[in-house]
Write a protein of this length. Sequence first.
Lengths: 617, 617
Amino acid sequence: MSTVQDLRHPTALSTDADVVLRPLDVKDAEITGGFWLDRQAVNRDSSIPDGLRRLHESGVIDNFRTVATGSGEARGPIFADSDVYKWLEAAAWEYGRQPDERLLAEQLEITRIVAAAQEPDGYLDTVVQLRRGVRYSDPAHDHELYCAGHLFQAAVAQRRATGRTELLDVAMRLADHLVREFGPGGRPHVEGHPVVEMGLVELYRETGRDDYLQLASRFVEERGHGLLHEQDPSLDLTYFSDRVPVRETRSPEGHAVRAVYLAAGAADVAAETRDRDLVDALAEQYTGMTTAKQYVTGGLGARWEGEAFGDPYELPPDRAYAETCAAIGAAQWAWRMLLSTGEARYADQIERMLLNAMLPGVSLGGQEFFYVNTLHLRADASPDTERSAANGRRPWFDVACCPPNVMRTVASIAGYVATGSDDGLQLHQYATGRFAGRGLSIEVQTGYPFDGTVDIAVHEAREGATLALRVPEWAAGATLDGRSIEPGAYALVDRPLHPGDRVALQLPMRARLTEADDRVDAVRGAVAIERGPLVYALEQVDQPEGVVLDDLRLKGPLEMAEVPGPGLVEGDIALRFEAVQIGRGGAPDRGVTATAVPYFEWANRGVGPMRVWMPRV
Amino acid sequence: MSTVQDLRHPTALSTDADVVLRPLDVKDAEITGGFWLDRQAVNRDSSIPDGLRRLHESGVIDNFRTVATGSGEARGPIFADSDVYKWLEAAAWEYGRQPDERLLAEQLEITRIVAAAQEPDGYLDTVVQLRRGVRYSDPAHDHELYCAGHLFQAAVAQRRATGRTELLDVAMRLADHLVREFGPGGRPHVEGHPVVEMGLVELYRETGRDDYLQLASRFVEERGHGLLHEQDPSLDLTYFSDRVPVRETRSPEGHAVRAVYLAAGAADVAAETRDRDLVDALAEQYTGMTTAKQYVTGGLGARWEGEAFGDPYELPPDRAYAETCAAIGAAQWAWRMLLSTGEARYADQIERMLLNAMLPGVSLGGQEFFYVNTLHLRADASPDTERSAANGRRPWFDVACCPPNVMRTVASIAGYVATGSDDGLQLHQYATGRFAGRGLSIEVQTGYPFDGTVDIAVHEAREGATLALRVPEWAAGATLDGRSIEPGAYALVDRPLHPGDRVALQLPMRARLTEADDRVDAVRGAVAIERGPLVYALEQVDQPEGVVLDDLRLKGPLEMAEVPGPGLVEGDIALRFEAVQIGRGGAPDRGVTATAVPYFEWANRGVGPMRVWMPRV
């Protein structure tokens, strides 16, 4: 058994873990202003309370009561419990961020309702208990371990952020049951939806119970050998991440959320078991994803059918699935890769995904959600299904995985901003806040993601402690204290730091045009507009009357003027430029002034035509 | 009750029908040689016998026996009966084409097995009888009328092609039951999958029973008002063609096969009820489809999710669904529109769809099928599901709608070649064969679809009878007896015809490059290669070693040389031209000689990378 630190963040690592960077303690990382604090306030005031109401309404909290009272039917999908657990996790992190006794009371009340449904031997999955009666009878579809994984994450969050252990007790009873069932001497088991791997490793970190880590490792290794075909030979192994072992996967495939949750869990196992081969394999898989299977927004999953990754270079903007949960899961994976390798590209990825692939998944008011994040909505798109972009964001879903997933991520986002190493502190994301660890305590002020000026004030500095700042790969021309620095790497502050010192980072926020790899057939001849860390989009509402978005073409070298954005968030900036509208039915082409806004803001002023990729003439 | 002619072809019309053109009698339309006769021979010798074996193996014929004996469980999907009916239809048309007593005996044996499962009141749907026990309890999904529609079509085929009436007796008992259940005074009813409309109208044509026509009309009119939401408000009405009434649909949407079967049935109703408003609405819907929702191959359905039409201009080649059945259903729809309007564009459509969207659905050996017809297969495409192109054509499917659908269409294809009108004979498709009607009897000789020479010998000619020949829209430079004729219309032979006369049609078979509408984002900057009525594709197997298909680009004006094809069908022609392979990893671009073959031939020499749309540089 290893010694476990009292770090209090997601992925707080054991002292044995083989990593380059380590997360900061919860109390040492705090967003105190600016863009992300506004998002966290909306999350606290709007998303989290509304989410609890929706969970009550949809009956998935009642499922726990029904099990406890012994009579009634389950409501909701087979994985309904997990939505409750993700809300519990969100509420816990939110309480840790800004204590509110009423929220804690609610969180503990739901915890009690959950605990009352647990079987004496530790088993807990209300929909299986109520609807099937038989445990582990359909591992491909029953999501029992998936629910367990989210319970473990919630329990760890409750412990780390509130100090309470009620949910941890439930989690450990369930984990002990899983060890008896599937641990040493138990039967091999592959479940359809990974996430238990991350949950078990976190539980190991919190409790020091090595058998939890070993079970997580076992679940990672047992996958990818087609074990699910023993259940049913007609199952599509690709969908369930059971076709190729994790160590041999060169590019993620199948259901995007499942694939990235599995990879993130494997990265946790790799760090804690000091398995560099596994880290290398995961790094290669990550590269396979970014090279050919990721949208410019960071979004993942090109196919509605199976909510899946497409083949390499299959990235249609109009039919992008880019599930909100996939971006969150991949940010978790990238975070673990960052800890293990210290490579800036993973922090770049987190920035891209959180701002352009997760954040568009929630309305700026906090109570409507996109499950699917399209990059192109046509004028006459059919609002055919619940998830169609033409319906705009929805208050909730029958499958409600995304909303509480956004909530828990926004509440805990300070944890992704900075890390510590033996050398000092590393700043990976730019947000106004306080960050401390490894002998350094700093305060950051910035108008990010719209403004590229990052002011850092040093409050405490141990002698020899260094400060490293990520220079995003897009930030050509960046300067640190007036000195040029290389993008796509970390810039070290190359002087001794003392309390009262100030450090000035300048990231040039110039609008730029991005071309895709020429093998991405779906956007051939088109460009995306980016500015700083933000991907932009053209929305119908911002264009002059008579403009048909799908008839707009960009021409020649583009001069993009920065103008005030729609004001949906503080300080937002729009881009204005000249474009050509193709004449139809004999009408001549004509010049028009077009406007682009940050993609995450789209569909917050009604829903209408939108494009990220613009054809050039 | 109207008088019904003794015409013996699909869509034999009643004398009351308001149409411009009328189908020929079965005995008056015969393919006697060339391309389609080879396909019919394969269909007879390979597809139809193998199909019967598969139907036996899959248990769907046993379902009828199980109902009759009263014990056992259903096998196969809820619509399993329909596969048997389509095979019965195929066998009937094949017998009519070339009588074979063994085939007829088999057809009648299956007919007896089917008949024995019918309930005393006429109801028949074995899977519902065995699995549900309750009739019409889940109209969205249970396919009871869908199965009935295919039974009616098979019964009519048996009667017209073999003269036997055993299946017609079963069909009429079932139709009478449907009239009692859903006819005048019955309850409104919308079923999830149209086809019963076509079946009922054909049954009306065969029997003169006006109540069948009225029921078909009622089913057409009751759709599109959201009646399915009375069953379940969460149903996606778009998918089931129940969102917009047929008369108001400007572009097909939802599940492609359902949408085109419904439109074809509505066209039948329109012709027989002399409803020109309905014909006009269907013509507008057809235009909506060809303008923005059809692949260059004629394929229909841009989405795997829901097997559905996409939004306008959403036509990804790589994720084309283009179900084989959708092309067949749309050819049936186009045929009915051709009869009602006499417009050449519908015959152009039938040509495009049969050669480039249906025919690719079956291997040239006749025993393997594509359910989904992609226009682009990448080198590292995942063979993730049964229907993935990377798996190549499959011997059969769990959902086996496509194979017997191809069989019945190939067996009856002579019926689509020519029509009669008050003026004379119209030749819509070019195939070696004998065609007679309305005072003209002709014999056609042609090497179509590879050779554009069509020789027509007149055997009989009534005075004043005219011969009209479709000039395909692609056939610029066509000549008739040496005289220039306009493409995209019918050319009249402008002289009195006498027995022994010869008519010479020349359709220039020049290879050409086709661009899509510039709103089709997925193929921007790319071209397709066509020659005559055939769409071409580049297959890996035909390229020089080292060529990476997805790195090939077409450059400048293309000179395409005609060379012998792979010899998979008699007289096939390939196209050879210079292209550029993009250098990767620092390697320079290089010129390569590329080869394209007819798209319908692809994946008959193993399955590998393939492209229809080629990017230009």
